[in-house]
Design a protein around this ligand. Structure first.
Ligand code: AMP
Length: 395
């Protein structure tokens, strides 16, 4: 059976076609910079990579291009061969604690939740509608970023704000990157050779967006992102947690409204804001090596915040079997992992420095034999989770 996994971000659309249950990738690709001056569209198939620069105005055009190239490069003989399409949907609110087959009611709830994720849910809806039209014979499944975190206890997901904000407006921590945290924590349990429902894991998903998650006995019990993906640790362009009183203060000083300040916290903060030159961890690492002080501050501030969360989750979990680093930075940036782990000696953590610096996107331990807690790099695979969840509805 063929299953298509679709991950529509605010300005990108990633896709992978799988053979299931074999879990083999038939093709993959991405439409980047959707809505900007020039977009990039690519397809990897049969060991070849095809890429063009073309203007893609919206997600509807991106999907049309995916299907056009499936025909052009004969990825499938006929679109009817695709049995299911799994869609990443960013916000499922409290309505969904697992993946679901999309029908009119589900689509309406995803639409109503757009208020909570205005950049993402509308893009996800376009993906669902366009592919459902093009592939009327296949089932469509929604896989939510928030679903895995629905197991969090109230003491983790509630803010200390008026309770009516929660009951009237849904103000609470939802958490994101759920598919990645779930996938990586399952791999982690296999690595330590324990049953998933008996393992305590901390997953550090460090990409352009970043969050940590405490997983106890197969369930998320806390995570760093909150009501929106702006919360938690600093990210490429996002501030993570700050004192909320800063928002009206800066609004008054710079003559902006609250939303404009939030835009700065989303798009001009994090690595970019502190370093003053880049949101990309590779640029920060290079500048650190050259002794750039603002880059060194960026790295240190980032590593300190991550280490503090790991310390807190160690307490919340009552001990940890394994700490896993994943996503672009977590999988590749040995210097970041080292800067985090160096701050964790109080937990008895020590890493094999050579191995750590050499490890890139490969599942392996980086802790040494003296370490009281195992530390590993575990590459994430959100698209595979999407395909698996979709396939589960086909058998
Ligand atoms: P993601 O959002 O998971 O794609 O991760 C993007 C982040 O990963 C960016 O900050 C990149 O700089 C970082 N990244 C990707 N590859 C590397 C690498 N080889 N070394 C260091 N950082 C990397």
């Amino acid at each position: 059976m063929k299953v298509l996994a679709v991950n529509a971000g605010s300005s990108s659309l990633k896709y992978q076609l799988f053979n299931m249950p074999e879990k083999t990738v038939i093709c993959s690709g991405i439409a980047e910079r959707i809505g900007l001056d020039m977009s990039i569209f690519s397809l990897k198939f049969n060991g070849e990579k095809y890429e063009i620069e073309v203007k893609i105005e919206n997600h509807k055009q991106a999907i049309a291009l995916v299907l056009e190239w499936f025909a052009k490069y004969k990825v499938v003989g006929n679109l009817d061969e695709i049995n299911g399409v799994g869609h990443r949907v960013v916000h499922g609110g409290e309505s969904f604690d697992k993946s679901v087959v999309i029908d009119e009611d589900v689509l309406k709830i995803i639409h109503d939740l757009s208020d909570f994720a205005p950049l993402h849910n509308p893009a996800n809806i376009v993906g669902i509608e366009e592919l459902s039209k093009a592939l009327p014979h296949s089932i469509a499944v929604a896989v939510f970023d928030t679903a895995f975190h629905q197991t969090m206890p109230a003491e983790s997901f509630m803010y200390a704000t008026p309770y009516t904000w929660y009951t009237d407006y849904g103000i609470r921590k939802y958490g994101f990157h759920g598919t990645s945290h779930e996938y990586v924590s399952k791999q982690a349990a296999i690595m330590v050779d324990k049953a998933y429902n008996e393992t305590k894991t901390i997953v550090c998903h460090l990409g352009n967006g970043a969050s940590l998650c405490a997983i106890k006995n197969g369930a998320s019990i806390d995570t760093t992102m909150g009501f929106t993906p702006l919360a938690g640790i600093p990210m490429g362009t996002r501030s993570g947690d700050i004192d909320p009183a800063i928002i009206p203060y800066i609004a008054a000083k710079e003559n902006m409204d609250a939303q404009a300040v939030i835009d700065v916290l989303n798009k001009k903060s994090g690595f970019l804001g502190v370093s003053g030159f880049s949101s990309d961890a590779r640029d920060i690492s290079m500048a650190v090596a050259e002794g750039n002080e603002r880059a060194i501050l960026t790295l240190n501030l980032y590593a300190k915040r991550i280490a503090e969360v790991i310390g807190a989750y160690h307490v919340t979990l009552g001990g940890v079997d394994i700490i896993a680093f994943t996503a672009g930075i977590g999988e590749n940036a040995g210097d970041v992992r080292e800067a985090v782990c160096r701050r964790l000696t109080a937990l008895g953590i020590s890493i094999d420095e050579e191995k750590n610096l050499a490890t890139r996107s490969k599942q392996t331990y980086i802790s040494d034999s003296n370490s009281k807690i195992k530390v590993a790099v575990i590459p994430t695979n959100e698209e595979l989770v999407i395909a698996e969840d979709t396939y589960a509805f086909l058998v």
